[in-house]
Design a binder for this molecule. Structure first.
Ligand code: GYE
Length: 341
């Protein structure tokens, strides 16, 4: 009897504690949501970001940079969309940002052409468009406010200049050099610029034979596949130029499987772009000869641009991010830094 009563007392006690907790927690939950909606509508800057995909380590770092920048604490409400490498998905995302009447549209165009109509729609809706990473090819430049990204042509030239110096240092600058190129997404600014920059340097050297240039879509799987066909077709490749680290990883696998060696002291020189951590470690190990950095940390630049626009200040048409070149000589120091990608 005594036992039973104390048991039911415990149950009643527990139940009331649980009800109280639920009430307190419940009301906190509601005020949080209310506060959030309130801030969203009244104070926050709403930014719609159309990211082109998630094809590479570089892209992941770029997405993280955007997501860490446009936070609620920084006063932003971010609507993020991943287009999975399809222009039609980007067009859809941008149109949905327009209909949601966002304050700014940021997007990284997967290719350069085909944007006039949608950009005109954004302009008519009075929504400023900021390009991130890659550029668009439009006649009317007033269709976008500014572009934050890299100088891809310069990156391509840097790769060419490194090869020029390396051949001189090895004392073989007048010998024939056989080069294959793995290119990124066809028609993207990074592909166009890197190809043009490297070609401009190569054109000055009659002994540089570009055997073939083929698209491997910035992915590791494709990089391996295309490299395998190169190796079957050309028995005497001296240099691989690969438009990003992911394709480089695939290409190196293919070369090793074919029994040839890569990097410093190897059969085939590897020139890569991006300089993500995994690739820099390979530079340190002498597997990749040179990595031309492409800086994905563009969030802070975009934030500054929006601050300027909010203050009605004039912005430039193009902002270039800072970038370096890494070889076995300077990479160790870089790897010791607090690098985010
Ligand atoms: O190099 C590559 C990514 O446009 C700079 O896109 C970007 C390129 C980058 O997929 O890894």
């Amino acid at each position: 009897m005594f036992r039973k009563r104390s048991y039911s007392l415990i149950v009643i006690g527990l139940l009331s504690v649980m009800t109280m907790a639920l009430l307190i927690y419940g009301s906190r939950l509601f005020t949080d949501i209310e506060e959030e909606t309130h801030i969203t509508q009244e104070n926050r800057i709403v930014v719609g970001v159309s990211q082109l995909g998630s094809e590479s380590g570089w892209r992941t770092a770029n997405t993280e940079s955007v997501q860490e920048t446009f936070t609620q604490q920084n006063g932003y409400f971010l609507i993020f969309n991943n287009a999975r490498q399809k222009q039609e998905n980007q067009l859809k995302a941008i149109r949905s940002f327009i209909s949601q009447r966002v304050d700014y549209i940021i997007f990284s165009p997967v290719v350069e052409t085909g944007w006039e109509t949608v950009l005109q729609e954004a302009k008519e809706a009075g929504i400023p468009v900021i390009l991130m990473d890659r550029n668009v090819d439009v006649e009317d430049e007033s269709l976008y406010v500014t572009c934050v990204g890299s100088d891809f042509e310069k990156e391509g030239e840097k790769a060419g200049h490194w090869l020029e110096r390396e051949l001189v240092e090895r004392g073989i600058s007048s010998q024939a050099v056989n080069i294959v190129i793995l290119t990124g997404t066809e028609g993207s600014s990074s592909q166009i610029g890197r190809s043009a920059g490297f070609a401009a340097v190569a054109a000055r050297h009659a002994n540089w034979n570009i055997l073939e240039e083929k698209c491997a879509e910035f992915t590791s799987t494709k990089g391996k596949e295309v490299m395998k066909t190169f190796l079957r077709r050309y028995p005497d490749i001296d240099v691989v130029v690969s438009h990003n680290d992911d394709m480089t990883f695939g290409a190196i696998e293919a070369i090793k499987e074919s029994g040839r060696t890569v990097g410093v002291g190897g059969d085939i020189m590897i020139l890569s772009f991006d300089a993500v951590r995994g690739a820099l470690e390979m530079v340190a190990d002498g597997v990749i000869n040179v990595d031309i950095e492409c800086n994905p940390n563009q969030g802070e630049y975009l934030l500054r641009v929006i601050d300027m626009l909010e203050a009605d200040e004039q912005v430039e048409k193009k902002y270039y991010v800072e970038e370096d070149v890494f070889t076995i000589e300077n990479v160790t120091q870089e790897l010791m830094q607090d690098r985010t990608y």
